[in-house]
Ligand binder design. Structure first.
Ligand code: HSE
Length: 315
C-alpha cells in the first residue's frame, strides 16, 4: 500500500562553519552551499535500505548501520518503534570529506530529516537533533553539535551543553556574510582534535570566554565592531594552523580586504571570514582564494549570507 502512494522526498542539508573562531565545539553557522542531498521513498521491503550513493568516490558504506545518514535515520526509527517500515534511501554527497565544512553532519541531518518528512513529520526539527548527533558521532567519534545544530536548524547555533543538547539560535544580522574557502587537502577531524592540548591556561580560557561572549553580544546588538573584536581563537587555531598551508598569509589577506575576522572552519582545512555585506565577502573570499591559488593549491570559494533555513525539502 505504501509503495503505490509513495513519492520521493528530496532533502538538502547545508554545509556549516563550526567553532566560528571563539566557540570551539559550542558555536556554528550554516551557509547556503554546498550541502548534501538525501532522497527517501517507501518500499515494500521492511527496514531501511540505502540503495544509491553518489559523489563519495565509492568511500561510503551502503550498510545503513555503518553509514552516517543511515545511523541517524535508524536511531530515529528505533525511537519511534518504526524500524520495520520499508524505506529506500539515496545519498548524494555534494561536498568533500575532511573539508571542515561539516560533511558528515550534513549527511546525518539530511538522512533523519528526510525520513521524518516521509513519515509525515511526527517530530519537530529541534527534536531531530539527538538522532542527527547519533549519525555524526558514528562518523566523527567526538560529541559536538556545532555542525549538526546549524545544518539542521539553520542560522547561528550556540550549544550550551553538547551532551544535554541544550541549544539556542542566535540572531543573525542581515548584512552578515561569510566567505568560506576550501583548499583541496583533507584533514581528518580526529587528527585536528588530537593535535590540541588537553589542558589550557586560565588566561586563555578567560580570553576565549570574553571573545565568545563578545561575539554573542555583537550578534544580538548588530554591533559589527564588537563582532570583529571578538573573532579570535586562542585555543584551537594556534595549533591547527600548521595543518593548513599559507594560513597566516590567507588571514592577512582577508583582514587587509576588510574582513571582520578570519579563522579555521571547523577542524579545517576550510577557512572562513565573516564580513559586513556581500561585496566585502566577495572581495575577501577572492583574496583568500588567490593566496591558495598562487601556491598551486586548488580551492573552492563559497560566499553566502548566513543560511537561516537549515535542512529543507527541495523539489
Ligand atoms: N568543533 C569541531 C572541531 C568541529 O573543531 O573539532 C569539527 O567538525
Amino acid at each position: 500500500m505504501q509503495t503505490s502512494e509513495s513519492k520521493d522526498i528530496r532533502v538538502f542539508a547545508p554545509a556549516t562553519v563550526a567553532n566560528v573562531a571563539c566557540g570551539y565545539d559550542v558555536l556554528g553557522f550554516a551557509i547556503d552551499a554546498p550541502g548534501d542531498e538525501v532522497v527517501v521513498r517507501f518500499s515494500d521491503k521492511p527496514g531501511l535500505r540505502i540503495t544509491k550513493i553518489t559523489g563519495d568516490g565509492g568511500k561510503l558504506p551502503k550498510d545503513a548501520k555503518s553509514n552516517t545518514a543511515g545511523v541517524a535515520a535508524l536511531d530515529y526509527l528505533a525511537h519511534l518503534g518504526k524500524l520495520d517500515v520499508g524505506i529506500e534511501m539515496e545519498i548524494h554527497k555534494k561536498m568533500p570529506f575532511g573539508s571542515g565544512l561539516g560533511s558528515s553532519a550534513a549527511s546525518s541531518v539530511a538522512g533523519v530529516y528526510a525520513v521524518n518528512e516521509l513519515l509525515g513529520r511526527p517530530l519537530t526539527k529541534k527534536q531531530l537533533l539527538p538522532f542527527a548527533m547519533a549519525g555524526e558521532v558514528s562518523a566523527d567519534g567526538a560529541y559536538h553539535a556545532d555542525n549538526v545544530g546549524p545544518s539542521l536548524l539553520g542560522g547561528i547555533v550556540f550549544i550550551r551543553d553538547n551532551h544535554e543538547l541544550d541549544t539556542a539560535q542566535l540572531p543573525v544580522p542581515k548584512e552578515l556574510y561569510a566567505a568560506v574557502v576550501h583548499p583541496d587537502i583533507e584533514i581528518l577531524t580526529k587528527v585536528a582534535r588530537d593535535i590540541l592540548p588537553t589542558q589550557i591556561e586560565v588566561t586563555k580560557a578567560t580570553q576565549q570566554c570574553g571573545n565568545l561572549g563578545g561575539l554573542i553580544c555583537g550578534l544580538i546588538q548588530e554591533d559589527f565592531g564588537l563582532i570583529s573584536r571578538s573573532i579570535h581563537d586562542v585555543i584551537a587555531e594556534p595549533y591547527r594552523q600548521k595543518l593548513i598551508p599559507e594560513f597566516y598569509n590567507a588571514k592577512r589577506a582577508a583582514i587587509a580586504q576588510g574582513a571582520l575576522g578570519f579563522s579555521i572552519s571547523g577542524a579545517g582545512p576550510s577557512v572562513f571570514a565573516l564580513c559586513e555585506g556581500e561585496e566585502s565577502a566577495k572581495r575577501v573570499g577572492a583574496a583568500v582564494a588567490d593566496v591558495f591559488s598562487q601556491t598551486g593549491l586548488t580551492n573552492q570559494l563559497y560566499v553566502s549570507a548566513i543560511n537561516t533555513t537549515g535542512a529543507h525539502v527541495i523539489a
